[in-house]
Design a protein around this ligand. Structure first.
Ligand SMILES: Cc1ncc(COP(=O)(O)O)c(C=O)c1O
Length: 280
């Protein structure tokens, strides 16, 4: 269960609990395309902390309204990269941004326990969307730790999925393209090009024998339609993993027999836009 509708709740829960426990800060600062900011704002609200969230000016309305509803101070800062720069140069409070903060990865790791518990097995392949890389790094760290503990005996192949025009991995990792002819407008959560952990992400993808798939908007819309038609309320950025999965199957790329495509965010934050996209 992700209470604010995205996987960022896992990292935010641990991070904000830690800030609350040390008791030295009244304000936390985050930069986000929306979901991480929403998660930080919600957990801050319940911990009695103030949240100052820098977002791109093009943030989808549903995400913006949720931030405001949780009582965050929201600064529309230009591009996603501008939001990151401005947040990291503001000093009145504690910067907890998931783009850098190691606690986010630690919190996110519980998805590994959930996957293994639910499947009673280790998947052969996992597809994960990548912008700043928190999810793929949590998967890599979490599965390696379970293996070191002797609880599992293999690590899934990790496939990073990125948005067309925002593929920070394309020059360093084997990359496939799916209907990628112009920069994505729909995958708002994947439009980040300042990626401090890029070397760690490359290590996770290559270390697991994985590769990278870059998805364009036409493929995203098809994936969204198919997911909603199956009762899965994905948001556009998170439908990228399913689009990548469909592509790999069509191309005959061997993913093994147990494959997980992680749907990272709920489309309820965009229900009007998705209604329009799916109807066309
Ligand atoms: C729904 C969704 N999927 C994927 C991502 C990418 O996550 P990360 O930046 O941790 O790689 C985000 C980031 O905001 C997101 O909101």
């Amino acid at each position: 269960m992700n209470p604010t509708g995205s996987f960022k709740d896992r990292g935010a829960a641990l991070t904000i609990s830690w800030v609350k426990n040390i008791g030295r800060f009244k304000t936390v600062i985050e930069d986000s395309s929306g979901n991480a900011g929403i998660a930080v704002s919600a957990y801050s609200a319940s911990a009695g902390l103030k949240a100052r969230i820098y977002v791109p000016s093009t943030i989808p309305e549903g995400k913006y309204l949720m931030l405001r509803a949780f009582g965050a101070e929201v600064i529309k800062a230009g591009t996603r990269n501008d939001a990151h720069r401005k947040a990291t140069s503001y000093s009145e409070g504690l910067y907890v941004g998931h783009v850098i903060n190691p606690l986010f990865i630690e919190g996110m790791k519980d998805i590994v326990l959930e996957i293994v518990k639910d499947l009673k097995n280790v998947p052969d392949t996992i597809l994960a969307p990548v912008a700043s890389g928190t999810l793929i790094l949590a998967l890599w760290k979490g599965f390696n730790e379970l293996r070191e503990l002797g609880l599992i005996d293999k690590i899934p192949r990790l496939i990073s999925v990125q948005a067309c025009g925002y593929s920070t991995l394309k020059d360093v990792v084997k990359t496939y393209y799916v209907e990628c002819d112009r920069p994505s407008e729909l995958a708002d959560a994947l439009r980040l090009t300042i990626v401090p952990r890029i070397n760690q992400i490359v290590n996770a993808v290559k270390g697991s024998n994985g590769f990278n798939i870059v998805v364009g908007d036409e493929a995203l819309v098809k994936a969204l339609k198919e997911l909603w038609a199956r009762g899965i309320t994905a948001e556009p950025s998170s439908a990228a993993t399913y689009a990548a999965y469909r592509y790999a199957v069509k191309e005959g790329i061997d993913l093994g027999s147990l494959v997980v495509a992680i749907i990272t965010g709920s489309g309820l934050k965009y229900v009007k836009d998705i209604g329009r996209l799916i109807a066309t």
